[in-house]
Design a protein around this ligand. Structure first.
Ligand code: NAD
Length: 400
């Protein structure tokens, strides 16, 4: 597998560069380029999905892989996983350029990290693609349950979306408790849900079971039809109107950037808590929500159920389990439910620190993975040959 490691001198030009440990450029086949970035492995091997997307140029793809891999370090740290952050992007159109051979070549690219990067599904890639990659590397997770059957997987594996929804539901409960201090529960509240896809619909069902009133919007008519038939009593509004409806909680479950100057101005809710990634278009929108007295539950914390799910599958598959987790489904579900406590901690800390919740979550994540570095360096000194250690404190380690 041919690759080039991109050095800090070159990467410094990119706004999303943050002392990433390794950033590698691959030429897969037919001129298709891919990048894998490992941001930080202080807490363990870097887990993050593989995206396939058309980028206008290589610089755009590099910025994306740098930004997304850094985000995974923060997400995995606050999810309480012994995992660092990484991400992969394949520069191409997944509808027309994806082949089994391409995915196998990507599997070989993942293998070049010898376990320091673990890949999974992301937008533009599928479970089937993970199967192709798994012919070249063991460092892939999110495989179909039938591939795992008979191999003592304890019911791990499979579609992570219901677990993401479950984690969001527990995060919503914590936000409701924090905001209303027991004076209101879900049966008193209305939730506006933007996007009733895999996660949004499951979340809406859980909230409705607790008596919440649901208002939903989606751009796909078939998804709205499904929501109506599965939720029963649900008010549907247009995608443009979902921001301004009278509700108590807004749950963004569609695409990134839902919270921006224009939409925040329309919101009349007390709480924002939903599954979408990168909800804040710009970092200052965190503060803007505080100014509007809206309690924002940081997206990467509340939506970490999916990564916990694929993380447990990887722990089972690889035998990597430094914290002696009980690697079976019940324990994994209990881990997802702990998102509730993490959300509470962030909301309380934000109050104590007089900071926006997003900024507080980032600080708490940094405390965790920097502490991971300190622990690791103690470990390195006592056991310098131990190959189970990942990463470095100075961000210069190259995994060969
Ligand atoms: P999905 O594609 O199944 O659902 C997204 C839904 O949003 C679709 O129904 C789509 O039609 C709708 N939508 C798109 N644009 C919209 C708009 N402008 N207005 C209203 N609806 C719109 O995706 P998903 O798996 O449910 O993921 C939803 C979000 O959660 C994404 O941002 C994803 O990155 C994030 N997320 C998902 C998981 C997971 O386990 N699936 C994990 C973490 C984060």
């Amino acid at each position: 597998m041919n690759y080039t490691d991109l050095g800090a001198e070159y990467l410094n030009e990119f706004e999303s560069f943050d002392d990433h440990e390794t950033v590698r450029r691959f030429e897969l086949e037919d001129g298709i380029i891919a990048f894998i970035a490992v941001h930080n492995t202080n807490l363990g091997p870097a887990l993050g999905g593989c995206r396939m997307k058309r980028y206008t140029n290589e610089a755009e793809a590099i910025n994306d892989v740098l930004r997304l891999s850094r985000g995974m370090t923060y997400k995995n740290a606050l999810a309480g996983l012994p995992l660092g952050g990484g991400k992969a992007v394949i520069v191409g159109d997944y509808r027309t350029q994806k082949t089994a051979e391409l995915m196998q070549a990507m599997g070989a690219a993942v293998e070049s990290f010898e376990g320091a990067y673990v890949t999974a599904e992301d937008s533009g890639t599928s479970e089937e693609d993970m199967v192709e990659m798994s012919t070249q590397t063991d460092h892939v997770t999110g495989l179909p349950p039938e591939m795992l059957e008979g191999s003592d997987y304890g019911n791990l594996g499979g579609n992570p979306s219901p677990l993401t929804a479950l984690g969001c539901y527990h995060g919503v409960l914590s936000a409701v408790q924090h905001r209303y201090q027991g004076e209101k529960t879900l049966k008193d509240l209305t939730v506006s849900v933007q996007g009733v896809g895999a996660v949004g619909l499951e979340l809406a069902k859980l909230l409705k079971q607790d008596g919440a009133k649901i208002i939903a919007a989606d751009i796909a008519q078939d998804h709205l039809d499904k929501a109506k038939s599965e939720l029963g009593d649900v008010e549907i509004v247009s995608p443009d109107d979902i921001f301004g409806v009278e509700a108590d909680i807004f749950a963004p479950c569609a695409m990134g950037g839902a919270l921006n100057d224009e939409t925040i101005a329309q919101l009349k809710v007390d709480i924002i808590a939903g599954a979408a990634n990168n909800q804040l278009l710009k970092s200052h929108h965190d503060k803007m929500l505080v100014e509007k007295n809206i309690l924002y539950v940081p997206d990467y914390v509340i939506n970490s159920g999916g990564v916990i799910c694929v993380g447990y599958e990887y722990f089972r598959k690889s035998g990597y389990n430094p914290q002696d987790f009980n690697i079976e489904r019940g324990a994994m579900v209990a881990h997802v439910e702990q998102i509730s406590q993490t959300v509470t901690d962030i909301l309380v800390q934000a109050q104590d620190r007089s900071l926006p919740t997003g900024e507080t979550a980032d600080q708490l994540a940094e405390e965790k993975f920097l502490q991971g570095a300190a622990l690791k360096s103690v470990d390195d000194e006592s056991n310098p040959e131990d190959g189970s250690n990942f990463g470095s404190n100075d961000g210069t380690r190259l995994v060969q």
